[in-house]
Design a protein around this ligand. Structure first.
Ligand SMILES: [Zn+2]
Length: 272
């Protein structure tokens, strides 16, 4: 349940490599020479910086800013503060080592959590499940086409990958864009607006990725793309590194949601 699990995981990966090398006719020394996976020691455990503005009509506007690799939460917070970003929340870092028994309710399961409680979500609009189209305006740097079908495994909300928003009434579109915003300390952000019943506004949930940082590892880009996509469905942050969910904060190269993320989303979308 703590970060100390990571070296253990690396050992087990190394063990698999040894077995694979020996089965292939090699020796354990060959396995030792195999390229290492990302070094956990290099991970910066940065948390997102949040802005939240309550609008006069009762809606809430949130932007989730993800620190770029090597940028701390406080550094990004200070940059956003210097720009006068409205609704900026002071960082409140939480250790990723929590109680042995996390809450098990509509908003939490096995260290997975919804973004808000009650959970923010998409409306069905007459469909059996809400239809969420991720409209990919990015280039090859961001594997949107890979992560959207993975999120679609969650029951109760259908995630689709597309290059243009369908004209079908009642479907939702989330734009995923990339731009070069320079060295602003931000890998990307998800902005969202939801009403007082915690229902997302169509067209006002969007993901922006800063391709100034697109030279970082493909694994990290996949993790961040998975993470932002999860926010756009209503997911919050996973709080235990051992769960290996892409919804963990920080530079962990976990490429996918985990089964608790899927179960929690299914609970949320079955609850209304
Ligand atoms: Zn996040």
């Amino acid at each position: 349940m703590s970060r100390s699990i990571l070296p253990v995981r690396r050992l087990s990966v190394a063990g698999v490599l040894v077995v694979a090398a020996v089965l292939a006719g090699g020796t354990p020394a060959d396995a030792a020479a195999a390229p290492a996976t990302a070094a956990p020691a290099a991970v910066v455990d940065a948390e997102d910086v949040i802005t939240e503005v309550k609008l006069p009509d009762g809606a809430t506007e949130v932007t989730i800013h993800v620190p770029a690799p090597g940028v701390t939460t406080d550094q990004l917070y200070q940059k956003l503060k210097a720009k006068g970003t409205p609704g900026l929340k002071a960082p409140a870092p939480a250790p990723k080592s929590l109680a042995a028994s996390p809450p098990d309710d509509l908003c939490n399961l096995n260290y997975s959590a919804t973004w808000s409680c009650p959970p923010v979500h998409w409306a069905r609009n007459g469909f059996g499940h809400p239809q969420v189209y991720f409209v990919d305006y990015t280039g090859s740097s961001y594997p949107v086409s890979q992560v959207v079908p993975v999120w679609d495994q969650a029951h109760g909300v259908d995630s689709h990958y597309t290059h243009s928003c369908p004209t079908t009434a009642g479907v939702h579109c989330v734009q995923v864009s990339e731009n070069n915003y320079g060295a602003n300390g931000e890998f990307g952000s998800t902005s969202m607006r939801f009403d007082s019943n915690y229902v997302f506004f169509d067209g006002l949930v969007n993901i922006t990725l800063n391709n100034y940082y697109a030279n970082y590892s493909a694994a990290l880009r996949k993790k961040f793309t998975c993470h932002e996509t999860g926010h756009a469905l209503g997911m919050g942050h996973n709080t235990a590194v051992s769960t290996q969910s892409c919804m963990i904060q920080g530079e962990y190269e976990f490429p996918s949601p985990n089964s608790s993320d899927f179960t929690l989303l299914a609970r949320v979308y079955a609850s209304f």
